[in-house]
Ligand binder design. Structure first.
Ligand code: ADP
Ligand code: MG
Length: 573
C-alpha cells in the first residue's frame, strides 16, 4: 500500500506548511490515492478503515480548490453527527491556517443560527455540517450552493443509518451540475450504490485494505499513570514481571538523565543514551548493553534510532512517543525473530487522546491494564523467589550443609523454622519479601554469612528491593534531589536558579502564562518564580533554588500555547 510524501502530491506551499505543522510526515495510503484524483477534478468513492486519515484526504483538496477571492460556499462536507462536523471543521481550520482568505464554518443543530448566519455572511467557502441543519439553512435562504464545486459525503453509510437519506438526496439534487462528489463509506449497501449511480459521474473507486502494522508477537499494554507516579509504576512493572533486559524510552534528554539517576538509586542496573553523549561513549554503552552488561537502557528516540539489539524482553514508553511511527519503531525492538516481547506504554492526562489517535491511525492492538499494587509486587516477588528455591532444589545446585542443619535440629528447632529463619536472613539482605519484615529492618548483607551457609548461589536479585517498594506511596514523586539542583548559576537573584524554556514571544507567551503554568503544575505558590526574561523563541525564568528540580520535572513535556516544553537549567552567560 502506497504512502507518499505530501510534497509529491502537487500541493501548495501553504498546505505543505500546515501539514508539516500538524506533524504529518507522509501521506497515508488513502490520502495518497484520493488527493490527486480530487485535484484532477474526478468524482471519487472511497473505502478505508477508521483512523486512516480520510479527513485530510478530502479537506486538503477542498481547501486547495477553493478560490479565496470568491466569498461564496464552494465546498460542502456532510457528516453524520455534530461531533464529527466540529472535528472535521477543526482539521480543516488547521490545514487552512496558512491560506489567506479561506474560511470554514461548521453547521449543526443545537447551535444558534446567529453564529452560522454570520460566518456564512462573512463569506465562508467551506461548510461542514450535518444534513439536517444544512437543509434547514438552505430552506431559510441563508446557505446558497450555486457556487459549489465539491461535495463530500463523509461516513455516508452512517448518515443513511441515521435517517438522512432524503435530506442527502435533496441536497445533492439542488447543487450545480458542474461539481465533484466524494463519497466515503465504510460499507456499500445498495442505497449507497444507488446514490453513487444517481449523482456521480464516472467515479474512481478507491479501496484501501487495512494493514497489520506491527509484529503480532508484541504484546502491547498501556497504563494510565499520573506523571508523578511514573517512576513507581515503572519499577513495579519491572519487579512484577521480573524483567531483566529492556529499553526505556523517554522524550527528552533531561528525562533520560533523571530516570537514569533514579533507577540507579533504586538498585537497577541501567545506562543511558542520548544526543549529548559522545559517540565513543555511546558505542561503549551499546556494546555493554548487547553483552547484557546492564539490564535497562534508557534512551531518547534519536539516540536509539538504528540501534540493533535482539531479544529484548520489554520496551517501556516512559513518555508517549510523538507519533505512531515512532511508536512502532520503538516497540519493534522487542519480540524480534519470532520471540514474544512486551511493550508497556505510560500515558498521563491528555496524552490518552494522543494515544487513541495513534491507535486509530496505526491500528495498534493495545489494551489497558492497571499498575500492579504493592501487594501484587510482593506476591510476584515471592513467587519468583519460590521458583528459584525450587529450581535450585530440583537441580541440586547446592552443597549439602548437613552438619549445621543437624546441629540445629539436635538443639530442638523444627526444620520449617530453620528454613524460615534462613529465608528471613536471605531476604533481609536482598531487601525483604515473602512475609519478611519491611525494609526498615533491612539487615546488612553481613547478616547472611555467605561462605558458611552455602547460599551464595542463592538468588539475590537486586539490592534493596523492598526498600524500593516500601518507601514509595502511589503519589510520591521521584526523589527530590536530582543533578539539576547543582546547575550553573547565572546569579540574577539570590537563591534563584535561571531556567531556560523553549517558548517565547513567537508563541505569544506572556510572563503570566509562564507563572500560571508553573504554579498550576507544581501546585507551588507563584512566589517561587522570580524574574522572567522573554525572548523571541525562549524565556529565561528564575525559580527558587529549592524547587528547581520539581519545576523541571513537572514542566517537561507539557505544553504552553501548543509548544511542548523542554525546560533546562540555563547555562551561565
Ligand atoms: P478517519 O476519518 O479515516 O477515521 P481521521 O481523518 O480522523 O481518520 O484521522 C485519524 C488520525 O490520524 C487523526 O488524529 C489525524 O490527525 C491523524 N492523521 C491523518 N493523516 C495523517 C498523516 N498523514 N500522518 C499522521 N497522522 C495523520
Ligand atoms: Mg473520519
Amino acid at each position: 500500500m502506497e504512502k507518499r510524501r505530501f510534497a509529491e502530491l502537487g500541493l501548495s506551499p501553504e498546505i505543505l506548511k500546515a501539514v508539516d505543522k500538524l506533524g504529518f510526515e507522509e501521506a497515508s495510503p488513502i490520502q495518497t490515492a484520493v488527493i490527486p484524483l480530487l485535484l484532477a477534478g474526478r468524482d471519487v468513492v472511497g473505502q478505508s478503515a477508521t483512523g486512516s486519515g480520510k479527513t485530510a484526504a478530502f479537506a486538503i483538496p477542498a481547501i486547495e480548490r477553493v478560490n479565496p477571492a470568491v466569498k461564496r460556499v464552494q465546498a460542502l462536507i456532510l457528516c453524520p453527527t455534530r461531533e464529527l462536523a466540529v472535528q472535521v471543521a477543526e482539521e480543516v481550520a488547521k490545514l487552512a491556517a496558512f491560506k489567506r482568505g479561506v474560511l470554514e464554518v461548521p453547521i449543526y443543530g443545537g447551535q444558534s443560527y446567529d453564529r452560522q448566519y454570520r460566518a456564512l455572511q462573512a463569506g465562508a467557502q467551506i461548510v461542514i455540517g450535518t444534513p439536517g441543519r444544512v437543509m434547514d439553512l438552505m430552506e431559510r435562504g441563508a446557505l446558497r450552493l450555486d457556487a459549489l464545486q465539491l461535495v463530500v459525503l463523509d461516513e455516508a453509510d452512517r448518515m443513511l443509518d441515521m435517517g438522512f437519506r432524503d435530506d442527502i438526496n435533496h441536497i445533492l439534487s439542488l447543487v450545480p451540475e458542474q461539481r465533484q462528489i466524494l463519497c466515503f463509506s465504510a460499507t456499500m449497501p445498495r442505497e449507497i450504490k444507488d446514490l453513487i449511480t444517481r449523482f456521480t459521474k464516472d467515479p474512481e473507486w478507491v479501496k484501501i485494505e487495512a494493514q497489520a502494522q506491527n509484529a503480532p508477537q508484541v504484546e502491547q499494554i498501556y497504563f494510565e499513570v499520573d506523571r508523578r507516579s511514573k517512576l513507581e509504576a515503572l519499577t513495579r512493572l519491572i519487579d512484577v514481571n521480573d524483567f531483566r533486559y529492556g529499553i526505556i524510552f523517554c522524550s527528552t534528554k533531561i528525562m533520560v538523565d533523571e530516570l537514569d539517576e533514579h533507577l540507579h538509586a533504586r538498585g537497577y542496573a541501567v545506562d543511558r543514551l542520548h544526543g549529548d553523549i559522545s559517540q565513543a561513549q555511546r558505542n561503549r554503552v551499546m556494546d555493554k548493553f548487547r553483552r547484557r552488561g546492564f539490564e535497562f537502557l534508557i534512551a531518547t528516540d534519536v539516540a536509539a534510532r538504528g540501534l540493533d539489539v535482539d531479544d529484548l524482553e520489554v520496551v517501556f514508553n516512559y513518555d508517549l512517543p510523538n507519533d505512531a511511527e515512532d511508536y512502532t519503531h520503538r516497540i519493534g525492538r522487542t519480540g524480534r525473530a519470532g520471540k514474544s516481547g512486551q511493550a508497556f506504554t505510560f500515558v498521563s492526562g491528555r496524552e490518552l487522546y494522543k494515544l487513541q489517535g495513534m491507535v486509530r491511525y496505526a491500528k495498534l492492538n493495545i489494551r489497558r491494564e492497571r499498575i500492579p499494587s504493592l501487594d501484587e509486587v510482593e506476591e510476584a516477588r515471592t513467587n519468583v523467589f519460590f521458583e528459584k528455591i525450587r529450581s535450585t532444589l530440583d537441580a541440586r545446585e547446592f552443597k549439602p550443609h548437613d552438619r549445621m542443619i543437624d546441629r540445629l535440629l539436635d538443639q530442638g528447632y523444627a526444620s520449617t523454622d530453620i528454613c524460615s529463619a534462613l529465608i528471613h536472613l536471605l531476604q533481609g539482605s536482598a531487601g525483604g519479601s515473602a512475609g519478611a519484615p519491611p525494609a526498615k529492618e533491612k539487615p546488612a548483607r553481613a547478616a547472611a554469612p555467605e561462605p558458611d551457609t552455602g547460599w551464595s548461589s542463592a538468588p539475590i536479585p537486586r539490592k534493596s528491593k523492598a526498600a524500593r517498594a516500601d518507601s514509595f506511596s502511589d503519589d510520591d514523586g521521584p526523589p527530590k534531589k536530582t543533578k539539576y539542583e547543582r546547575p550553573a548559576r547565572t546569579g540574577r537573584e539570590a537563591g534563584m536558579i535561571t531556567l531556560f524554556l523553549n517558548v517565547g514571544r513567537k508563541q505569544l507567551v506572556t510572563p503570566a502564562d509562564i507563572v500560571g503554568k508553573i504554579a498550576g503544575v507544581t501546585r507551588l505558590p507563584a512566589g517561587i518564580v522570580g524574574a522572567i526574561d522573554l525572548h523571541q523563541r525562549h524565556a529565561l525564568v528564575d525559580v527558587a533554588e529549592a524547587h528547581v528540580s520539581v519545576v523541571l520535572n513537572k514542566l517537561a513535556g507539557i505544553r504552553i500555547k501548543g509548544q511542548v516544553l523542554e525546560p533546562k537549567v540555563a547555562v551561565a552567560e
